[in-house]
Design a protein around this ligand. Structure first.
Ligand code: UDP
Ligand code: MN
Length: 330
């Protein structure tokens, strides 16, 4: 280490969820694509360090350490790798997010182990005070540009913004009454929910408020957020009285009731819901920073409006192969 500790702006922190990776060949393949492309395009200045944080179980950690040795071989920059025990983080998180879990998980239960899907929401309380900025990244990404450029986006946050995030690129938050089958975006928090319980999001609210922008496509609508790439300004999150009020159980319940909100996507649902009421908390990252490729809703009742949500002009910096979508080679 360099004597400056975490104080300087020469350390760039990135965090990835990395659990049950030992059990999934598919996740291992995604991890390879993500890390090799990150290394290929990554450039940092002399004295700068990229710190890679992984939230993992013991078996995933052992595999991850071995895979990283190979993937980081060609890195032209300094890096550090830090593994965080998922059980220890869950224990810290659960009391903070327990009350919101029931609104943003399918089925009836608020399962203890699901708390980790809300890590980004309370990261500012979980990570040491010395950590003031971190980006959270999915594993199913492919980088087409220098990841250092992503961190520069923090400098564009307007006053009051605490999180930088890209919009959702499918009509997820348009609200569907009951999809034909279990949606593929419903992997982690759907438990044993029945099809009727997937009735999602703003369906009821939009029915009662036909003129609303909630759930409408860009540029004038509010399509919600996707959590595959997130800039978390932990310092701003700690300092924001508004943001911390919104975490309080009574306020979560109030907003969920106001918007008739029901979700199953964890942190992404929470940010989407509070973003409808308080857009000023969010810095809108260009769509090219999280170019989602999933087209599931195009073929499940939303063919006509799909393109309004899906299209993303401008340069693509990061591809996101969500719902197991293949990522183009270029
Ligand atoms: N993830 C994980 N273990 C799993 C499933 C998911 O660590 O068994 C993490 C991984 O970082 C992944 C993220 O959770 O990128 C979100 O899941 P995924 O990308 O599959 O969801 P999607 O983007 O398709 O909605
Ligand atoms: Mn993903």
């Amino acid at each position: 280490t360099t004597g400056n500790g975490d104080a300087g702006d020469h350390r760039y922190h990135a965090l990835m969820m990395f659990t049950k990776v030992d059990k999934s060949r598919s996740l291992q393949d995604k991890f390879r694509v993500a890390m090799l492309s990150m290394v290929k395009h990554g450039r940092f200045l002399e004295g700068e360090v990229l710190v890679l944080h992984f939230v993992s179980d013991e078996a995933s950690k052992e595999l991850g350490e071995r895979m990283l040795q190979e993937f980081l071989l060609d890195a032209t920059f300094k890096y550090e790798v830090s593994f965080h025990d998922v059980a220890a983080l869950t224990q810290k998180l659960f009391p903070i997010v327990e009350a919101m879990q029931k609104h943003f998980s399918a089925g009836s239960g608020a399962y203890y182990s699901d708390a980790i899907f809300f890590l980004s929401v309370a990261m500012h309380h979980i990570m040491p005070e010395s950590l003031t900025r971190i980006v959270q990244l999915d594993l199913d990404l492919k980088y087409r540009t220098n990841i250092r450029d992503l961190f520069q986006e923090f400098d564009h946050f307007p006053p009051g913004a605490v999180i930088g995030i890209t919009r959702e690129m499918q009509p997820v938050y348009r609200g569907h009454k009951s999809p034909a089958s279990r949606p593929t975006d419903c992997i982690q928090l759907c438990g044993q929910a029945t099809a009727a319980e997937y009735r999602h999001t703003f369906w009821q609210y939009r029915k009662e408020n036909p003129q609303t922008r909630v759930g409408e496509p860009p540029p004038d609508g509010l399509p919600g957020f996707n959590s595959g790439v997130m800039l978390l300004d932990l310092g701003a999150m700690r300092a924001s009285a508004l943001y911390n009020q919104l975490l309080e159980p009574s306020n979560v319940a109030k907003l969920a009731d106001q918007y008739r909100f029901r979700g199953h996507l964890g942190d992404q649902d929470f940010f989407t819901m509070i973003g409808m009421e308080h857009p000023e908390l969010f810095y809108s990252l260009a769509c090219g920073w999280n170019r989602q490729l999933c087209t599931w809703w195009r073929d499940h009742g939303y063919g006509e409006v799909f393109q309004l949500y899906y299209r993303c002009g401008g340069p693509i910096y990061i591809y996101h192969g969500n719902c197991n979508s293949p990522i183009p080679d270029d």
